[in-house]
Design a protein around this ligand. Sequence first.
Ligand SMILES: CC(C)(COP(=O)(O)OP(=O)(O)OC[C@H]1O[C@@H](n2cnc3c(N)ncnc32)[C@H](O)[C@@H]1OP(=O)(O)O)[C@@H](O)C(=O)NCCC(=O)NCCS
Length: 192
Amino acid sequence: MQINIQVAQPEHAVHAPAICDLMAESAKARGTGIAKRKPDYLEEKIRTGKAVIALVENELAGFSYIETWSHGKYVANSGLIVNPKFRRLGLARKIKKAVFELSRQKYPDARIFGITTSLAVMKINSDLGYRPVTFSELTQDDAFWAGCSSCPNFDILTRNERMMCLCTAMMAPSANEERQMKIDLSDMIVES
Ligand SMILES: CC(C)(COP(=O)(O)OP(=O)(O)OC[C@H]1O[C@@H](n2cnc3c(N)ncnc32)[C@H](O)[C@@H]1OP(=O)(O)O)[C@@H](O)C(=O)NCCC(=O)NCCS
């Protein structure tokens, strides 16, 4: 079986309704919250080169897209979904890596963050260099938090004034911050 993972192209916009259905079915099965997305929204991500799609022949295998917040200061890699038929094959790991690299290439000054209750996502994020952070470190852009309003736990988030909820927040440095950290480390002289 050959799984093709690529930056989504305009012709992939036809898959947007199936992606939305898959997201809704998975959220229902998990009984957890997810920011609901409409096909139009995903189509726009696809048409503007801000999404990664995985296909097996012409069948949808997985998807994720980029969102920018606080005027491009932060990027979130959102909507990660793998078709149940293709789970546990390492596909989410590959899609996440591809969308992470695309984010860093398009927005080299943006920190990349996500909020999740998924162990699989926590593992993948850690391996990509994300670290757990408190919600106070994340974008305070109201538009991002409005995405949580379709989650069954939204009352917990609002009761805690957006400081905590059931999701774990994780963040990776921007491409330029990481480059700077490497330069600083190479300048360091360790005397023994
Ligand atoms: C979460 C999801 C994307 C994982 O996709 P996947 O392709 O099966 O994941 P991978 O095969 O790449 O696995 C990545 C890692 O997570 C682990 N993992 C995968 N599914 C897991 C699960 N349900 N529970 C615990 N660990 C899991 C794998 O063992 C692997 O870890 P390892 O490399 O240390 O062995 C997929 O189950 C899915 O689409 N779920 C519904 C939507 C969702 O939860 N999205 C995330 C929203 S934040």
